[in-house]
Every structure is written in structure tokens, then in C-alpha cells.
Design a protein around this ligand. Structure first.
Ligand code: ARG
Length: 256
């Protein structure tokens, strides 16, 4: 059974993140000396980071590995729930977070974001006959993942009482498929993947909003941040990024 989490607001999550700082983030030099960069992600987000059996895969997985390679280190991936990732970063459980975080002013108070590694947004998905536009969502129950930017967007159109937050995306999708909610709002490419897998049981609605997605380092970790930005630029210039992007999305998803 799905347990619906209490409504943790972004603000509550982030004030916890801010309070938990203290330990010192590893500098680029320290990461290089250790030979390994630790990257936190929520790997149930196909096609970004996900598991096929015991193997992690995805656009962000390949991109993170390409950036690590440019830095001359190995990537060690740590999988954990989405709403704990920025907190974990400030507790130095990892050096870098790559998990499709939309850049928001609120998050930017707690962590430092890289240049965006792709541009996308929130897509409405429902069952045939269900809501397809933001206007249609008014008065309908809508599922999404806890701690995400979709939460605020959904609240704006249908109000807090119609919002259903789930610990992960698979639970939100399951709630939609089984008729417990009227719609789901999620990352565009996650939604398209769900549509591909579930054929006629689901229908595609409109894009609700656009966002820039970026990688995060602990606040003030400037040596690591500039290395990440510089290496992102390199893989975007040398064809690596385009190749990875096309293999997952059939298109280049960098911000234009
Ligand atoms: N883009 C959304 C946000 O910034 C959702 C990201 C969810 N990512 C994940 N790996 N589950 O909040």
C-alpha cells in the first residue's frame, strides 16, 4: 500500500537542509586525491537515473560519468529518496547531486547550482477522458512526488486539498493508473515514458510550466562548482552530450 507522506513543503525541507550544515564539503583537490566523486541521485526516474536489474542507467547517469571522467575521477552513485538529496548534500554524504532539480530561488539559498544541464518542464498525464490542461485540473485530485517543483504548480491550480504527494514517482503513477487520483504532473520525459509503457490506458495533457534543471554542490563549494561547469561545457562542445541525449530522448535537450 502506498503511504501518502505528510505534506512536507519545500520550505520545511530546505530549512532542515540549512540547519544541518556544519561538516566541510570536499574541495575539488580532495575529490581528485581520493580518485572518486560521490554523486547522489533518486534512481527511479526513467530515463534520467533508474535501475535495470542491479545496473544504474540513464541520461543523468551517463552525463555524470562523462563529467567525472573529464575530471579524472571515478563516479560513485548513491541512490536515495528525492526529498533528502539536498539535505544529504549539505551533510556531505555526497559531493554532487544530479537528480533533475529545477533551479528555484528557494533551493538556491541552500545549495549552489551548476549551469543547467537540460531544459524541460512539467507535463500533465491522465486517463482517457480526464483533465488535459491546467484549467481542467481545477477541483481534480493530482498526484506527484514529494519535494518536487510540481507540488507548488499543482497547488496553484487545484489547491492543497486536492494535491496527493507520494514518496516516489512509481507510487504517483500507480495512483493514477488505479483511479485513486484524476491526473499526475511530472517531468515531461518521465510522463512520456509512462505513456509509452501504458498504451491506451493513459493520455497526454499539456505542459504546465518550463524549468531549468541543474546539478547541485554544497553551498560555497566553488572549486567543485567551477570544475563541474567547465566539464559540462566540454562535453557539450565535444559531441559527448549530444550523443548521450539523443540515445535517451531522440533529441538534444540542452537549454537553448
Ligand atoms: N524537476 C522536479 C524538481 O525539480 C522533479 C525532479 C525529480 N527528480 C527525481 N530524480 N525524482 O523538483
Amino acid at each position: 500500500m502506498t503511504r501518502i507522506l505528510p505534506l512536507l513543503t519545500g520550505a520545511a525541507v530546505l530549512s532542515a537542509a540549512l540547519l544541518s550544515t556544519g561538516a566541510q564539503a570536499r574541495t575539488l583537490k580532495e575529490i581528485k586525491a581520493s580518485g572518486t566523486i560521490k554523486i547522489g541521485t533518486n534512481a527511479e526516474f526513467k530515463p534520467f537515473t533508474y535501475f535495470e536489474g542491479k545496473t544504474m542507467k540513464g541520461f543523468e547517469y551517463d552525463l555524470g560519468n562523462a563529467i567525472a571522467k573529464q575530471m579524472g575521477v571515478k563516479a560513485e552513485w548513491i541512490n536515495q529518496p528525492f526529498d533528502g538529496l539536498l539535505i544529504g548534500l549539505n551533510q556531505n554524504r555526497f559531493d554532487l547531486v544530479i537528480s533533475s532539480h529545477g533551479v528555484t530561488p528557494e533551493r538556491a539559498k541552500a545549495v549552489d547550482f551548476s549551469a543547467p544541464h537540460y531544459c524541460s518542464g512539467g507535463l500533465i498525464v491522465s486517463r482517457p477522458g480526464g483533465p488535459k490542461t491546467a484549467a481542467d485540473l481545477k477541483g481534480k485530485t493530482v498526484a506527484t512526488q514529494v519535494g518536487t517543483t510540481y507540488v507548488d504548480q499543482i497547488k496553484k491550480v487545484t489547491g492543497e486539498k486536492n494535491l496527493r504527494v507520494y514518496p516516489n514517482n512509481a507510487n504517483a503513477l500507480q495512483a493514477l493508473m488505479s483511479g485513486r487520483v484524476d491526473a499526475m504532473v511530472n517531468e515531461k520525459f518521465y510522463g512520456l515514458e509512462a505513456l509509452k509503457l501504458n498504451g491506451k490506458k493513459l493520455q497526454q495533457g499539456e505542459m504546465m510550466f518550463q524549468e531549468k534543471l541543474a546539478m547541485a554542490v554544497a553551498k560555497g563549494n566553488s572549486t567543485l562548482l567551477s570544475a563541474v561547469n567547465q566539464n559540462l561545457k566540454t562535453v557539450q562542445a565535444n559531441g559527448t552530450y549530444a550523443k548521450i541525449s539523443k540515445s535517451y530522448f531522440g533529441q538534444d535537450v540542452r537549454c537553448k
